[in-house]
Design a protein around this ligand. Structure first.
Ligand code: PEP
Ligand code: MN
Length: 357
């Protein structure tokens, strides 16, 4: 893909490229105070959502176009570049007219090819950096398709933002990182800059540092982080925002490994993929245990024994065969399932022996 740098004049070339600012623009004062604090910490590009796609009606849906005036003031007063999310052709036109320096397409929009095409059409003949978040669902082709639509409109200063993927089960992460997807994006379009959004992946402020470090270890180009002067009072995404001071601390703690030998880098990438697989294994196991507990309740209500030998033998034999078909030693898989079964039995015995309330 023919691309040009997304770096703006005066923005240092070194990793990470940082975009920071509140999830949403709330009031003119809130926007300006965040911008002043962030510029004091050396931030160069300021983010704030004006139009907010919310999951349910009744949430704060953004201040709308008036926020563009506030962002213009941010530029004048602080010299920061400003970035905002666009979801329609109208947003795109208004943002361009207001001189917004960087536009991004949100995850819900990327998932909708009609909406992306509408934005791409509004970008025809314009030269502005555009960042495309991954779609909410883990579909790399849909992500690449959105990037292609924007690229076909003539945008060359293009980048991607990895913000994780929705899942029904919400455990450690708000949005599962599934690092192998942005890694595959890098393999498919090697010259495309990728930023990580640790705020929306983690959903909680404690996770911003480790996720950012992981992104740096995977050689991502930058970070887009939500920062608010009074995070707990934020009108959207309060639990994942950090103060500009905390953000500065997090950024200073990052270890940026440059010039790694190809083999070390490959090893790191592979190890991250192992971490990713292990996280998936834990999520799946905990889902399995939840079902096991439901079965425990059923057995209790129907006065059945916990151990049903026929079913146990069937599982152990079948899984052994499945494992062998996937090039794993039958005994190994048998051992894994014996351990899983042991824990399942322990959990069901606990349920069966619970006193009825
Ligand atoms: C955001 O950046 O505030 C946002 C709405 O993100 P996403 O599109 O990743 O949900
Ligand atoms: Mn947000």
């Amino acid at each position: 893909m023919e691309l040009e740098s997304i770096l703006l004049p005066g923005v240092p070339e070194k990793r990470p490229l940082v975009i920071a600012g509140p999830c949403s623009a709330e009031t003119e004062e809130q926007v300006l105070s965040a911008a002043h604090s962030l510029v004091d910490k050396g931030i160069k590009i300021f983010r704030a959502g004006i139009w907010k796609p919310r999951t349910k009606p009744g949430g704060f849906e953004g201040v709308g176009s008036v926020g563009l005036e506030w962002l213009k003031r941010v530029k004048e007063e602080t010299g920061l570049y400003v970035a905002t999310e666009i979801a329609t052709a109208k947003h795109t036109e208004e943002a361009l007219k207001a001189g917004i320096d960087v536009l991004w397409v949100g995850a819900r929009t990327t998932a909708n090819p009609f909406a992306v095409q509408e934005i791409a059409d509004a970008l025809q003949g314009v030269d502005v950096p555009v960042l495309v978040k991954n779609p909410v669902n883990p579909d790399l082709e849909l992500w690449i398709g959105a990037l292609e639509r924007i690229h076909n409109a003539g945008i060359r200063r293009l980048g991607a933002i990895h913000r994780g993927f929705s899942s029904y089960e919400k455990k450690i992460y708000r949005n599962l990182p599934q690092w192998h997807i942005p890694i595959e994006l890098r393999r498919r379009i090697p010259n495309l800059p990728i930023l990580c959004d640790p705020s929306h992946i983690g959903g909680k402020r404690e996770l911003i540092a480790p996720i950012s470090q992981q992104a740096m270890d995977l050689n991502f180009n930058g970070l887009i982080v939500e920062s608010h002067c009074n995070p707990d009072q934020a009108w959207s995404d309060a639990s994942q925002q950090v103060t500009p001071e905390v953000l500065d601390f997090i950024l200073n703690m990052l270890v940026i490994r440059e010039g790694m030998s190809q083999s070390t880098e490959n090893l790191n990438i592979l190890r991250k993929q192992i971490d990713d697989c292990d996280n998936d294994l834990i999520e799946v196991l905990s889902k399995r245990m939840r079902i096991v507990r439901e079965i425990g309740t059923y057995k209790k209500e129907h006065n059945m024994t916990v151990l049903q030998t026929g079913r146990y033998n069937e599982i152990i034999n079948k899984r052994g065969e499945q494992g062998a078909a996937c090039d794993m030693a039958g005994d190994f898989i048998k051992g894994v399932f014996e351990s899983i079964h042991e824990e399942s039995v322990r959990q069901q015995i606990e349920i069966i022996n619970q006193k009825l309330r």
